[in-house]
Each structure stands twice: as structure tokens, then as C-alpha cells.
Design a binder for this molecule. Structure first.
Ligand SMILES: Cc1cc2nc3c(=O)[nH]c(=O)nc-3n(C[C@H](O)[C@H](O)[C@H](O)COP(=O)(O)OP(=O)(O)OC[C@H]3O[C@@H](n4cnc5c(N)ncnc54)[C@H](O)[C@@H]3O)c2cc1C
Length: 401
């Protein structure tokens, strides 16, 4: 390990920040490890916030057991916000004026929910979901709600819809596009997700271009979609994507596009500064993934690089979602002209998106984690596949191992 590294500062106490700290200590870093976190909680993960935390009252989904976290010997600044990175001085300036010096800095500030109309934030019963505090509020509000509206038919909105249905709450989802999750999956998958939600009693209002919200005297919220007012909802949850928290990096003059530009080892355009998780643009895909696995595994790689070790992140995009008791896993990101092969297995469908040479580009599996494991190998090996075999439920995919 380079001997000039005595002080490491991490901005952001989420998935990427937590796993970077664990990896730094695991790799033998014994210097001062400061974490600046604007949430008061220990490191925790977000996927349960739209699922078990709401439906089963799961506790704070800590990343590490308490003793493991204590062993990381973190020099916390929480709840505190980093407001400036002074690259010349090598210091992070906090919202109380403190300046924290660093030899190496990791930016792991994640992203925040987008609110398409600023005034919506002022309506008491309109909310977004990102943090433990949001999830606690959502849970409490759902317990008092008969019906809710959701703006946005993406992953978060649909998971909230599913959780609300599980609690017996009526749900309508309003989506601007003609299909659900259209930004990340093909029309065949979107259709299967639509059927899943309709089967479970979710009202779907697709292709609604103009959405307006208005607060009633009793606090309920009316959704006016393309001029039609719907019966007021007890709560409206907005899930229309995220803004990447890259202002600190941009103001400090680091190279940014959709996110902070990093190489496969997480280096930004400043050799002493690294980035990980949602805020870092994927080094090969050129976009920001909002994925638990990316935040965790890329951050581990970056921790090695921060200590001067050889490091390289090259995993494919992978994320999952749980809706109405179905586990949906998505491997890879669609790009270019693709054709879809659908396999209808008894446990659930698998959708293979292949390029013109029949190599896998994206795969989506309903309740079939083993198929996804195979897909990871095929992607890595750029294997040419036989579409007929893939689509035949009598053909054992394991034969293609
Ligand atoms: C409700 C929900 C459900 C999800 N479900 C899934 C799922 O099923 N599968 C999946 O693959 N992914 C899922 N995700 C996405 C996944 O959780 C994220 O990709 C992951 O949390 C990203 O980790 P991160 O560390 O980059 O960012 P975060 O976990 O957001 O952590 C960043 C932290 O930095 C803090 N911060 C920001 N700016 C500052 C500052 N200036 N100073 C101090 N602190 C700051 C933030 O408040 C936050 O605490 C879900 C996300 C949400 C919100």
C-alpha cells in the first residue's frame, strides 16, 4: 500500500460508501477513515425499502452487523453534508464549516428521486421514496390509506404498487409511456409486467402525457391525467427516475456527463479522487446504473485502486425487482438491433434479447435465478446461442453450460 495514504475521506454513507469502507479495512488500511453522511443511520441498503420494510415492518436493513461496523473504526461526520471539494487544498468542506483533509477521496453520493414539478413537494400527501425515513413514512401512510396513486411505471413505482396491494390498498399507476419500465426492458417484458400487475388488481393508466396534482381540502390528492380527474387518493407516490448527485464533483471541476466519469478502477479526472455507485458513470456502458450489485461490487474494486493496487471492474449490468411475489432479474443493457426469444417455463418466462449473430445482449427472467447465472457466463464468453433451443421449454438450458 502506498505510504502517502494516511487519510481517506468517503462522501456518502450508502451501499457504495459502506462496501468501500469494508474493503479498505479488509485490504489493510489502518489510517483515518472519515465518512461524511447526510443521513444519521449506520450503513444500510435500499432494496428492502420498497419491499419488506413496507409490507413486513423489517428493521433498518443494515449492511453489516453492529460489531462488524464497529470494527471498521469509522471517523463519522453525520448527519453532515459535504458542500465543497477543495482540490487544491485536498480538503472536503462540510456544511458546518469544518474542513476535512484527505490523501484519497471517494465520492459515493448516489442519486435522489426526481420531482418533475417543484410544487408537488409542497403537497403533504405526495412523497418520493429513497431513504429509511421515507420508507418509514410510506409504511405509516399506507396503513391509513384506502387507495393510492403512483406517478411513474418504473421499478420503484411498481414495487410500491405491489407492496400496497399486499397490504390491501387500492392502487392506480400513471405512466407517461405506452409501456411499463420501457426505458430498461423490451416490449415483450413490459407486456409480461403489465399482465402481472393487472392480475394483481393494479389499475394501470398508461400513455398519460399530462399529469397534474391538486390537493383537496381534506388533504387527499386528485390526479388529473390528460384532462381527466380521478377520484382523490389518500397518498400519491412519485417514482419517475432520479437525479444523480454529481454537483459536488462538477463544481470541483471533475469530468462529468450523466454521472462522474470514471475508468474501470474508479479514478476520476483527479488522481486523488475516486467515485463509486449510482453517482459514477459505468466505465463501459457510459450510463449511470441504479443497481445494488454495481454499487457494492464496483465500490470494492475502487477501494483496491484507492490503495494503489491493480483493480478492474468488468461485471455486466445486473439488477432485480420483486413484484407480487415474483422475482424479476435483469441481466445486461439493451443496445442496437435485437431480436427476442421467449421461453415459457412452468416457473415463469425467460426473455432472451440476441444480436444479429445470436449473442446474448440482455436477458430477463421471472423466478429463474439459475437461468440468469448461466446468462452471466454466456455474456462473459460472448457465446453464440441457438435461438430455437433457447425458446424450447423442453430443452434443458443447463446443456448449454
Ligand atoms: C426504494 C429503492 C429500492 C431499490 N431496489 C433495488 C433492487 O431491488 N435491486 C437493485 O439492484 N437496486 C435497487 N435499488 C437501487 C440501489 O439501492 C442503489 O443503486 C444503491 O443504493 C446505490 O448505492 P450508492 O451508495 O451509490 O447510493 P446511496 O445508497 O443512495 O447512498 C448515497 C448516500 O450519500 C448521501 N449523500 C449524498 N450527497 C451527500 C453529501 N453532499 N454529503 C453527505 N452525504 C451525501 C445520500 O443521502 C445517501 O445516504 C433500489 C433503490 C431504492 C431507493
Amino acid at each position: 500500500m502506498a505510504s502517502d495514504i494516511q487519510r481517506i475521506v468517503v462522501i456518502g454513507g450508502g451501499q457504495a460508501g459502506g462496501y468501500a469502507c469494508k474493503a479498505l479495512r479488509g485490504e489493510g488500511f489502518t489510517g483515518r477513515l472519515t465518512v461524511v453522511a447526510d443521513e444519521p443511520h449506520d450503513f444500510y441498503e435500499r432494496p428492502p425499502l420498497s419491499k419488506g420494510v413496507v409490507t413486513e415492518s423489517d428493521p433498518l436493513p443494515r449492511l453489516f452487523p453492529e460489531d462488524t461496523q464497529a470494527s471498521l473504526d469509522i471517523d463519522w461526520r453525520r448527519p453532515r453534508r459535504a458542500v465543497t471539494i477543495d482540490r487544491e487544498a485536498g480538503e472536503v468542506v462540510l456544511d458546518d464549516g469544518e474542513r476535512v483533509p484527505y490523501d484519497r477521496l471517494l465520492i459515493a453520493t448516489g442519486s435522489r428521486p426526481r420531482m418533475p414539478v417543484a410544487e408537488w413537494s409542497e403537497i403533504a400527501n405526495v412523497m418520493t421514496l429513497r431513504t429509511w425515513d421515507d420508507a418509514s413514512r410510506l409504511k405509516a401512510r399506507l396503513e391509513q390509506s384506502r387507495r393510492i396513486g403512483i406517478i411513474g411505471g418504473g421499478w420503484i413505482g411498481l414495487e410500491v404498487a405491489s407492496s400496497a396491494r399486499k397490504l390491501g390498498v387500492e392502487v392506480d399507476v400513471f405512466e407517461r409511456a405506452p409501456a411499463l419500465c420501457g426505458r430498461s426492458v423490451g416490449p415483450e417484458v413490459a407486456e409480461a409486467i403489465r399482465e402481472l400487475h393487472e392480475r394483481n388488481g393494479v389499475g394501470l393508466e398508461l400513455n398519460r402525457q399530462d399529469i397534474q396534482l391538486s390537493e383537496e381540502d381534506d388533504g387527499r390528492v386528485t390526479v388529473i391525467a390528460d384532462g381527466t380527474a380521478h377520484e382523490p387518493y389518500d397518498l400519491v407516490v412519485v417514482g419517475v427516475g432520479v437525479e444523480i448527485n454529481l454537483e459536488l464533483a462538477r463544481d470541483a471541476g471533475l469530468r462529468t456527463e450523466q454521472g462522474i466519469i470514471v475508468d474501470a478502477a474508479g479514478h476520476t479526472s483527479d488522481p486523488r479522487i475516486f467515485a463509486a455507485g449510482d453517482v459514477s458513470q459505468h466505465p463501459h456502458l457510459g450510463l449511470c446504473l441504479q443497481s445494488w450489485a454495481y454499487a457494492q461490487n464496483q465500490a470494492r474494486v475502487v477501494a483496491d485502486a484507492m490503495l494503489g493496487k491493480e483493480a478492474h471492474y468488468d461485471e455486466p449490468a445486473w439488477l432485480w425487482s420483486d413484484q407480487h411475489g415474483v422475482n424479476i432479474q435483469i441481466l445486461g443493457v439493451p443496445s442496437g438491433e435485437l431480436h427476442c426469444v421467449v421461453r415459457q417455463d412452468p416457473q415463469g418466462p425467460v426473455f432472451f434479447y440476441l444480436d444479429d449473430e445470436n449473442r446474448l445482449v440482455q436477458m430477463v427472467a421471472f423466478d429463474q435465478p439459475r437461468a440468469i447465472k448461466l446468462g452471466k457466463r454466456w455474456l462473459a464468453a460472448e457465446r453464440i446461442l441457438d435461438p430455437q433451443a433457447l425458446g424450447d421449454p423442453n430443452y434443458n438450458l443447463m446443456q448449454l453450460r
